[in-house]
Design a protein around this ligand. Structure first.
Ligand SMILES: O=C(O)CCC(=O)C(=O)O
Ligand SMILES: [Fe+2]
Length: 327
């Protein structure tokens, strides 16, 4: 790992990502926790707090966010059940365009090595043949769809705060991520990082920024390893560990929102490191919801800092740079 990986991409963010594979340093940074209680009444105050955290520190966490803890725990249990299925069953749901299952297929431009994980992704319009059947995992489909919707609704609340601060109409991003559209491409991802023998030289997930507008990341207490480096400080290569807590959701700004805000909202680099000697080194599960604008939506900020690109073309370029040219 960590050998310099040289490639040239058409997108600036991919060229930047290719420079981020080194171990770097550790740095403590403030992790601001935003209280989402009484969102409607407190929206202006919440929007100010989210904006300040996103622009000063680059990442933040949500508490009292309205997704019941028992629903999150049930979603983790479904992920464990899915990943415990025999390999030959999971292989019946192969990844295609951010939907379905893959194992060790994601090669980050930063590291040039495969992430030590498997994942299954739900992208609503693309799920034909990719659901585990009722007799294999009863209730999985219905409950996972319901959880995806809860994530979408919370993601849209947060994005409406960014819309407010950017001077866009407050429903701008909700329209851009309309689940009723056939071009809907927001994704719920279940992740399972394999147990790692101690002193193994690899990354559970190599350094990257997300492709989307906003990511909601759910982690489990005791299963650490996430490290974050704010986009505006990426040259420092100084990484802040994020301690997992069951009652908060960690949020990352992704590259779609960076583009849409003409860089006012920098996307965050993050990665998942291996356990160190003495740390828990068993399996690690996480859940991520990626708010990815619908295929036909054109991403461009008011200042036109980046050329216009459809969210479909943008995602296709980012996914294929991570999956050996496949989309
Ligand atoms: O599992 C984690 O904590 C991070 C996952 C992640 O960054 C991703 O899938 O984009
Ligand atoms: Fe990520």
């Amino acid at each position: 790992m960590n050998q310099p990986f040289t490639a040239t991409y058409l997108l600036d963010e991919l060229n930047k990502e290719a420079t981020m594979g080194a171990p770097g340093l550790e740095a403590q940074r403030e992790v601001r926790v935003i209280d989402m209680q009484n969102f409607v009444q407190r929206k202006t105050e919440i929007a100010d707090a989210i904006w300040a955290a996103a622009t000063d520190i680059g990442f933040f966490q949500l508490k009292n966010h309205g997704i019941p803890l028992q629903d999150i725990q049930a979603a983790f249990e479904r992920a464990e059940q899915f990943f415990a299925l025999p390999q030959e069953i999971k292989a019946r749901y192969p990844l295609n365009r951010n939907a379905g299952w893959e194992s060790k297929a994601q090669i980050r431009p930063s590291t040039g090595t495969p992430d030590q994980k498997e994942s299954w992704q739900l992208t609503r319009p693309r799920m034909a043949g990719l659901w585990p059947e009722e007799e294999i995992l009863p209730g999985f489909k219905q409950e996972t769809l319901a959880f995806e919707h809860q994530c979408w609704a919370l993601g849209m609340q947060v994005l409406s705060c960014f819309a407010l601060k950017l001077g866009f109409s407050e429903d701008f991003f909700t329209t851009a991520h309309d689940p009723a559209s056939p071009g809907y491409q927001s994704t719920l991802r279940m992740l399972h990082y394999y147990p790692v023998p101690l002193n193994t030289q690899s990354w559970r997930a190599g350094a990257h920024t997300d492709f989307d507008c906003l990511t909601l990341l759910f982690q489990r207490a005791g299963q650490g390893g996430l490290q974050v480096c704010p986009g505006k400080e990426h040259q420092s290569q100084a990484w802040t560990p994020i301690e997992p807590h069951d009652d908060v959701i960690t949020c990352n700004i992704g590259d779609m929102l960076m583009r849409w805000s003409d860089d006012l909202l920098p996307s965050n680099f993050h990665r998942v490191r291996n356990p160190r000697p003495g740390e828990y080194n068993g399996p690690r599960y996480s859940l991520a919801f990626f708010c990815q604008a619908n295929e036909d939506v054109v991403i461009q900020g008011p200042q036109g800092k980046y050329p216009p690109v459809s969210a479909k073309d943008y995602l296709a370029q980012r996914v294929s740079a991570n999956f050996s040219g496949k989309y």
